[in-house]
Design a protein around this ligand. Structure first.
Ligand code: AMP
Ligand code: MG
Length: 412
């Protein structure tokens, strides 16, 4: 199963992972999580017919001919209950959200009235029954399902949960994710600068990609290209739900990840994908852990995270929308492409004549991390393409990290 297409590799990953179990979380901690249960209203909202305005609760029959002078029976503030019935020729002063008194069937806002004396008011407009009255249960009805399991918790959803007194919420658990970098050439962030070494950026870029999904990963550090050391680190990583291993997945004589990982009982599903960057990407699993072997080249590692790891993590968290949002953009220059692999070109987006434009960030080497730092989006060049021309409409995948969609949105 080598040289899978991007789509087949994505399907392979998503068919392997499953949503994790549920846990009970305090409402304040649930933003971005996914509901694991249906949530029902526990009362009618509003609980009574209430006024939608500050004004006067009237009998609509009394204000057919206006202006009309009405006697004020009482003042009903939000939080008060009315004590008097509004009779013919009467009204009650009422505030927004306060319950309607018996007898009244409409509200005239204060701007359409004129105060005459302490106990009387001139109503300057007529209104139909129900005008500016919010009827009992119009927002939600006691017992009705207001949020279905699978709903992503946004600020609006938090408001609804608070309305139904959901102080504790059943949400899907987050995967525990570990990140391991491999390679003798690597120098970690707290080590002194050695001009002959390569700074470890992958651990941190991957950390941030995981954090952007709302998960705090564990950094396991750097394993040297030594089978015994690698085995020890991999064993630690296999205690997590998901292990991301950066580097060592190529076919170099010192790339020990493959044999070591297989010796530890990880069943590998694929080792290569027809993509650029990111060709040497691998995926497999044990009973409790999904393992992604990400290419060492910094851009490849990040692109593979976007295309395979992010959808997998979102699926495990119970999200229906797994993929970064794609939009159409007009290319501002030609892009060369040899048919064979799906290419992900880092682009900067602009706006031209009301539509998006896409411009390459410049040199696209898989070690050129600045191309990722500058990019707004990944432009997808389908594997079969023989190149793209300036002015062509292309599909770009937004990297802004906040919007997701339910299908991948591009063809490889
Ligand atoms: P590998 O996939 O192990 O063959 O690594 C390919 C290249 O990626 C290496 O030569 C390094 O230059 C680079 N590389 C590997 N791991 C990292 C890392 N953690 N951070 C930055 N660059 C890396
Ligand atoms: Mg290496």
């Amino acid at each position: 199963m080598e040289h899978l297409s991007v789509g087949n590799a994505q399907r392979c990953v998503l068919e392997s992972v499953a949503v994790l179990g549920a846990e009970s979380v305090k409402l304040e901690q649930t933003l971005g999580r996914v509901l694991a249960e249906d949530v029902c209203a526990n009362r009618d909202i509003p609980p009574n017919d209430v006024s939608a305005m500050d004004g006067y609760a009237v009998r609509s029959a009394d204000i057919k001919n206006v202006p009309a002078t009405l006697e004020i029976t009482e003042d009903i503030k939000a939080g008060d209950m009315p004590t008097k019935t509004v009779q013919a020729g009467q009204c009650a002063r009422i505030m927004t959200g306060a319950p309607m008194p018996d007898g009244a069937d409409a509200v005239i806002r204060v701007e359409d009235t004129q105060s005459l004396a302490v106990h009387s008011v001139l109503i300057n407009r007529s209104a139909k029954s129900g005008h500016d009255v919010r009827t009992r249960g119009e927002s939600m009805r006691n017992g009705e399902v207001v949020l279905a399991a699978g709903t992503e918790i946004t600020p609006g959803v938090i408001g609804v949960l608070a309305t139904v007194k959901g102080a504790q919420v059943q949400v899907y658990r987050h995967p525990r994710v570990a990140i391991l970098s491999t390679g003798n050439e690597l120098e970690d962030i707290d080590e002194p600068v050695d001009p002959d070494k390569i700074p470890n950026s992958n651990s941190y870029a991957l950390m941030a990609q995981v954090q952007a999904l709302g998960i705090e990963p564990a950094l396991l550090g750097i394993a040297r290209d030594d089978p015994a050391e690698l085995e020890e680190y991999l064993q630690r990583g296999l205690r997590f739900d998901v292990l991301l291993v950066s580097g060592g997945t190529s076919v170099g004589v010192h790339d020990y990840v493959r044999p070591t990982i297989e010796a530890l009982g990880v069943q590998m599903k694929f080792w290569r994908v027809a993509m650029k960057p990111g060709h040497p990407v691998a995926f497999g699993s044990t009973a409790g852990t999904f393992v992604f072997g990400l290419p060492g080249n910094p851009v490849s590692s990040m692109v593979c995270f976007e295309e395979f790891v992010a959808p997998a993590l979102r699926s495990m968290m119970g999200h229906a929308r797994l993929y970064r949002r794609t939009i159409a953009a007009r290319l501002t220059h030609d892009v060369k492409h040899q048919p064979g692999r799906t290419e992900f070109v880092r682009v900067i987006l602009g706006k031209e004549d009301g539509s998006y434009s896409a411009t390459s960030t410049g040199a696209q080497g898989s070690g050129m991390l600045l191309s990722m730092a500058r990019a707004d989006a990944l432009m997808v060049v389908p594997a079969a393409s023989t190149g793209m021309a300036a002015g062509e409409l292309v599909t770009v995948q937004l990297l802004d990290g906040t919007v997701f969609q339910d299908d991948v949105g591009y063809s490889e």
